[in-house]
Design a binder for this molecule. Structure first.
Ligand code: AMP
Length: 295
């Protein structure tokens, strides 16, 4: 991880062009995929485009990380904190889907049904939403990223691997019973969009799993009256999302594990216990100090 710190301190002159390649490649993958019916094309059909891509030396760009983990584990919370620390965009495909739903655009009716059943949106739609997000970011001069909630299928992972290098994959882990409680306790401020949690979790050690306590993450008073619950955070839908994670997304963990890219991280508790430990695992515990010393 020492290399990570070196990398973080370097300017990122070429990240934008690598994102541009990503965007072009995934757009063409998605377009071709949606034109073709059964069987879907393999991302490797696009080898000619892939070879045209330039893969930048990690020293010359910002971090390109992925956060994996079951629904409710806290990917958004920890990814967004790290993004603030590292100065890279936090790109959560779940947020892109919810923005599309809220926009009442052409896809919104179809997406509402899929999301409310706890199913995955098609690879083509998700890649098209991600392409648009990257394009908008590129126009603003963004570089590097932490992806949260993508890739969620092996095919998405293959497409991503076909277009750019992922430096590190952080796999967040938590007991399943805690995941359910956390999803049911999740609240979002409808005005500022921040995530909170009203669940007070206190589970005993059981079947080899450690006991765990997590205090609620309560909103400031000005958000209190504006809290909403995600429509897919009901017990039935969360149970289905967890099942789909095991079926479709757990193989993605193995995909990155076999490439030696994964950092397994068992959350020891809530944010106060987990955040310092995560920074330590990423060798970023003294990152802020190093940054100000270098300034
Ligand atoms: P999340 O906020 O990450 O839990 O995502 C909310 C919902 O958006 C998921 O249950 C899926 O329906 C959809 N979604 C988000 N990311 C993806 C993805 N990478 N692939 C397919 N569907 C996704």
């Amino acid at each position: 991880m020492a290399a990570t710190l070196t990398r973080l301190s370097k300017p990122s002159s070429s990240s934008s062009s690598s994102l541009s390649h990503f965007r072009r490649f995934i757009s063409s993958s998605a377009a071709t995929a949606s034109e073709t019916t059964n069987p879907p094309p393999s991302p490797f059909t696009f080898n000619s485009s892939t070879t045209a891509l330039s893969r930048k030396d990690p020293k010359d760009r910002n971090v390109q990380w992925v956060f994996l983990g079951c629904p409710g584990v806290g990917k958004g919370t920890y990814a967004s904190r790290l993004c603030t620390l590292l100065g890279v965009p936090h790109i959560a495909t779940g947020d892109l889907v919810r923005e599309e739903l809220a926009s009442s655009g052409p896809l919104s009716h179809q997406l509402t049904e899929i999301v409310n059943q706890g199913k995955l949106v098609s690879d083509e739609i998700i890649i098209s939403l991600l392409s648009k997000r990257l394009e908008a970011g590129e126009a603003k001069g963004e570089s590097g990223f932490i992806l949260d909630g993508f890739p969620r299928t092996i095919r998405q992972a293959e497409i991503l691997e076909g277009v750019t290098d992922i430096d590190l994959v952080v796999n967040l882990k938590l007991r399943k019973d805690v995941l359910l409680e956390k999803c049911l306790g999740r609240r979002i401020c409808s005005e500022c969009g921040k995530n909170f949690n009203v669940a007070s979790i206190n589970v005993k050690a059981e079947n080899g799993n450690p006991g765990m306590s997590m205090a609620p993450l309560l909103p400031p008073s000005h958000c209190m009256s504006k809290l909403v619950t995600r429509s897919d955070d009901t017990e039935t839908v969360v149970t289905e999302r967890l099942r789909i994670y095991d079926e479709k997304s757990q193989p993605v963990e193995e995909f990155y594990r076999s490439r030696g890219k994964i950092l397994e991280f068992d959350l020891p508790g809530g944010i106060p216990a987990s955040w310092p430990k995560l920074l330590e695992a990423l060798n970023l515990d003294d990152y802020e100090e190093k940054q100000s010393a270098a300034a």
